[in-house]
Ligand binder design. Sequence first.
Ligand code: ATP
Ligand code: MG
Length: 425
Amino acid sequence: MRMSQLFTKTTKEATHDAESPNAQLLTRAGFIDQHMAGVYTYLPLGLRVLRNIQEIVREEMNRIGSQEILMPALLSAEPWKQTGRWEDPGPEVMFQFTGAGDRDVGLGWTHEEIVTPLLKKHVHSYQDLPVAVYQIQDKFRNELRAKSGILRGREFNMKDLYSFHATVEDMEAYYDEVLEAYKRIFQRCGINGIPTEASGGSFSRVSHEFQMPTDSGEDLIFVNQSGDYAWNKEIVPDLKDGDPAPDGSGPVKMMKAIEVGNIFKLKEKYTKDFELTFMDEQGQPQPVYMGCYGIGMSRVMGAFVEAHHDEKGMIWSKSLAPYPVHVISLNSKDETMQERIRTTAEGIVDDLASEGIEALWDDRLTVSAGQKFADADLIGDPLRLVISEKTLAEDAVEWKLRNESESRLVKHDRIKEEIESFIKE
Ligand code: ATP
Ligand code: MG
């Protein structure tokens, strides 16, 4: 992608939500644009990050045998009235209105009321179980306070997975599989998502949240000594910083954190409401046990920025970056030199493309070197390559990683190889 063609512009000042780094940096770099509080447009660079997260989640969901579907976002009130959630939490969470023909409708904020009746049409016998389906979709929630940029939106992107089982044991086993899949997802995203015990509300004794420690988080968690397990303060309200962990594993550390995902054992909660049962081998009807599992993809994107930035801008991992490589061609007053710089940069970009590696190329002719460097730091792609009069004299390019301060020269005949090994490592 040539920056001369990119329609979005970087800005020095964020216009809103100044206290939250993710909103500030993502807006300034032209990744997102606020439409109103809690509602954003994803611009080309931001959309690429969101898609990278979605793709990691999709791969890990497919890997544990769940099948992708896409349910509607515009929903009939009927099934919500059946479970009682049309009234409680009702409009406090759900956007509700009257559609054509005086019909009560609402926007999807979660999908148990849609997926359970859907599965009732397909699950009849023990042979139809277990089954797991997921979707990646925008959810709508009438959040009282939409703040902290894309960490808490009124419209936000979520992956929701629902699983259905013949026995409690099978539900528990799948729950553990999802827990492992979530660990892989956050690890691949470069997010420190700590499995955290939570109360799980009224219908599930234990559930897990995945919490990322950050000052902009709204939750308080107690992290164990090895930093790989935590407890939400809500369930252990009497625990204090430095107390022994509930599992006896040593002192805990209290931290502010943001929930990036969670997993619930719903058991018979919704399958009972919709009378979703199956025939066992003896032809007897039996209850179906259910689990539900969410990850906020847009929140993951915001959380990553909260954890990975400096005073100059964002610092993306290769797995999430809009582009792994940011190529800068500096301008020269000398026309012949200018042309040599341009063709060298273009050659590198084309070479990479033929290897399936996409680069963002700052080819702008009217932008100063200082501005190009500032933009590269703000956007935060992991590897920056600079081609200038100076580097051409060395038959090389300047190679610099966003998370390191030193740069070095790499000879032209070594570039392709070095980049390939950088991408693979
Ligand atoms: P929270 O306690 O932060 O409000 P929640 O318990 O309401 O979250 P769920 O209903 O389980 O969350 O949603 C699943 C996931 O969706 C959450 O783990 C989070 O990553 C994401 N999520 C929830 N609400 C929002 C929101 N308003 N904006 C962005 N992401 C959200
Ligand atoms: Mg909520």
